[in-house]
Design a protein around this ligand. Structure first.
Ligand code: UDX
Length: 448
């Protein structure tokens, strides 16, 4: 006790820890704002001064519905600030959340842990003894075990607390998660995290307390399962295509079986984004290093099915144009990897748009939010200012990201804009009967 009393800040954080969040991408910016929303004092750090300046002035540097309001409210309350200084973070924080990215390594399946390692090294030089570092980044299993001695050498501790938030629902998923998972090596660290998450625990959110390796694995296995579910229904779509069956009705019928459930069972262009594709690849790479590659060899097939769907949309498009793209004008609706996001990382829509352009088509892309990101990654494509501009004079329309603006299009009015009423619905999100009744040639994946 005497030792505790000698450190007043330690006594204070037992009831109200000060939090820092390292990395302010989709995960970190949301986590920082939401932890301040729960009433904590929060300091967010990023090495990019431009991001820090934007966040500090109330601007979210990416599209995430609802996040700007939470950010503005908590900046105004004085509970939330941002910095580029590790020194400030170390002096301020009792609990430090690691939220930096773990992208796929160039030319390899494995995850690139460069940001995690750089962040931990910079942080340990500044850590106050007894502070708790909490990993939230998605990492290969074994990472926490590797980092623990570095952090303990600084007199601090490590826990792992994976994040399951979906882009587009990041605020809701952070404030009302399905579950909390924490990997700890000491009950005292569990107690600290129970203090941090007290409001969520009081609201009945279940918490699974486990070891480092299990906590790390929960995240990658959840993403592997979701990817498998999507590729399963897309494999059924391939079978439907040769049997004349309808994968949307098949999926509906499967969904009534409560053992299966209907979520992540929409067949179409498949999964993309900054998580599922790279996470299943990193998981396979790690399994290889651990000598259990056979256990995850099915994920290779999950990945292959997913990529085949992109090729299938290109084939369908070519078929509709009588076997050649020639100099046809193709309108691409959607660039983000999914609706309600401006994220174009591994976007199936842009992949298809680029393939169609490579084969000679004149491609024009429109997306309600992802235009700037798409222009940056795919400067070779043309971009439209509006849906109407995109559709004007098109010989073929490709519906590749199911934004509500696209789902609400009126088939008869849309027909007036295009040169020829041909449509591939890559997301099975439009009503085939309505489009066909209006005179369109409608094709989709996995259905007649
Ligand atoms: C995912 C996980 O859901 C989340 O828990 C994890 O933390 C990060 O990765 P996110 O990448 O935001 O989240 O996207 P998600 O909503 O899961 O969608 C992933 C992809 O699957 C999208 O491209 C989407 O279009 C596709 N998808 C989803 C389908 O093709 N069919 C479906 O039925 C569902």
């Amino acid at each position: 006790m005497a030792q505790v009393a000698a450190e007043p800040r330690y006594a204070a954080w037992m009831s109200s820890p000060r939090l820092t969040v390292l990395g302010t991408g989709y995960l970190g910016a949301t986590h920082a704002a939401c932890m301040a929303e729960l009433g904590f004092e929060v300091l967010g750090l990023d090495v990019d001064p431009d991001k820090v300046a934007q966040l500090q002035s109330g601007h979210v540097p990416f599209y995430e519905p609802g996040l700007t309001e939470v950010l503005e409210r908590n900046l105004a309350s004085g509970r939330l600030r941002f910095t580029t200084s590790y020194q400030e973070v170390g002096a301020f924080g009792d609990v430090h959340f690691l939220c930096v990215g773990t992208p796929q390594k160039a030319g390899e399946y494995a995850a690139d842990l460069g940001h995690v390692d750089a962040c931990v090294h910079a942080l340990v030089a500044q850590l106050r003894p007894r502070s708790l570092v909490v990993g939230k980044s998605t990492v290969p299993t074994g990472t926490a075990h590797r980092l623990q001695p570095l952090i303990e050498a600084a007199g601090a501790r490590l826990a792992w607390n994976p994040e399951f938030l979906r882009e587009g629902f990041a605020v809701a998923d952070t404030l009302h998660p399905d579950r909390l998972v924490i990997g700890v090596s000491d009950p005292a660290d569990e107690a600290t995290l129970r203090t941090v998450y007290a409001p969520l625990l009081a609201a009945g959110v279940p918490m699974v307390v486990t070891d480092f390796a299990t906590a790390e694995l929960v995240k990658v296995s959840a993403n592997a399962f979701l990817a498998t579910k999507i590729s399963f229904i897309n494999a059924m779509a391939e079978v439907c295509e040769v049997t004349g069956a309808d994968v949307t009705r098949l999926s509906e019928a499967l969904s009534y079986d409560t053992r299966i459930g209907g979520r992540f069972l929409t067949a179409g262009l498949g999964f993309g984004g900054g998580c599922l594709p790279k996470d299943i690849r990193a998981f396979m790479a790690r399994a290889g290093e651990l000598g259990v590659d056979q256990a995850l060899s099915f994920l290779r097939e999950v990945d292959a099915i997913n990529l085949r769907r992109r090729a299938r949309v290109v084939d369908l498009a070519r078929e509709l144009l009588d076997g050649s793209f020639g100099a046809s004008r193709v309108a691409v609706l959607g660039a983000a990897f999914k609706p309600d996001s401006d994220d174009v990382r591994d976007s199936p829509a842009l992949d298809v748009a680029a393939a169609v352009a490579r084969q000679g088509a004149v491609v024009k892309v429109y997306d309600p939010q992802a235009m700037a990101n798409a222009q940056r990654t795919h400067p070779q494509l043309s971009y439209a200012d509006s849906i109407e501009d995109c559709l004007g004079g098109a010989d073929l329309v490709l519906h590749l990201t199911e934004w509500k603006q696209f789902r609400a299009l009126d088939p008869a009015a849309t027909k007036q804009l295009v040169a020829a009423p041909r449509l591939v619905d890559g997301r099975n999100a439009l009503d085939p009967k309505a489009w066909r009744d209006a005179g369109w040639t409608y094709r989709a994946l996995g259905r007649p």
